[in-house]
Design a protein around this ligand. Sequence first.
Ligand SMILES: [Zn+2]
Length: 232
Amino acid sequence: MPDELLARLRRFHDHTFPGVQDRFQDLVRDGQHPTILFIGCSDSRLVPYLLTGTGPGELFIVRNVGAFVPPYDIGASRGQLAGFHGTTAAIEYAILNLKVAHIIVCGHSHCGGVRALYEGVDPDTAPNLAAWLDLGREAVLPVQLTDEALRRTEQRAVVLQLERLMDYPMVRRQVDAGQLALHGWHYVIEDGEVHVFDVHQGAFVPASSSEHSGTGPFLPFAGDDISPVDAW
Ligand SMILES: [Zn+2]
C-alpha cells in the first residue's frame, strides 16, 4: 500500500521547501517574532494562514476543540500546578516571551465542539473531552438546537473566551497598557468570511462591512462606559 504521507513529506522537501528556504533560514537565524497569538478551534476546515494571508513566522498558534481558553489557574502562579494546561502555557509564552500585540480567538460555523454542548458527550468513554467542553458551557442557550442557535452559541463562546483571557494578569496588564488588542472572530466556513466581534454593537459584524478586525470587549476607548456583558 502506498504511503501517501511519506510521499507528501518528500514532495514538500524536494519541491516546496526550496521556494521558501530563504524565509525559513532567516527565521532560524533571527528567531521567530510573531505579533499574533491565534487561538483557534482544531476543526480541519479552519485554516488560519489562508484566512489571514500569513506565512511562516507570523502566527503563534494554539488550537483545541472549540477554541476555548481555560480559566487562569491561580495555583499556577504559586507553583501549584493543578494539571497540564497546554493552552494556558501557550498564552503565557506568547505574552511574556514573544510579546505579541494581538490575540485572536477564532471560532467557526458548524463547530462540532459547540454542538456537543447540546448533544452531550459520554463522560465514561471521553472523560477529557467531556470535561474540556465545560469551558463553553456558559455560552449555551436555553433553546432547542437549531442552525441559528448553534451560530449564536459559537459566537457567544468566542466572547466568553475573550472575557476569560482578561483574567490572565499578563493579558490584562498589556491590554490596559495599550500594548495588546483582543479580537473575537467567528469564521463562516461556507461563506469564506470572518465575522468580527464589535463591542459597540454587541454583535459580530461581517469583515466585508466592518471598519476594524475586532475591537475585543475590553479595549479602553475614551468615553466608552458600555459593559461588555451588558452590550452582549
Ligand atoms: Zn470547532
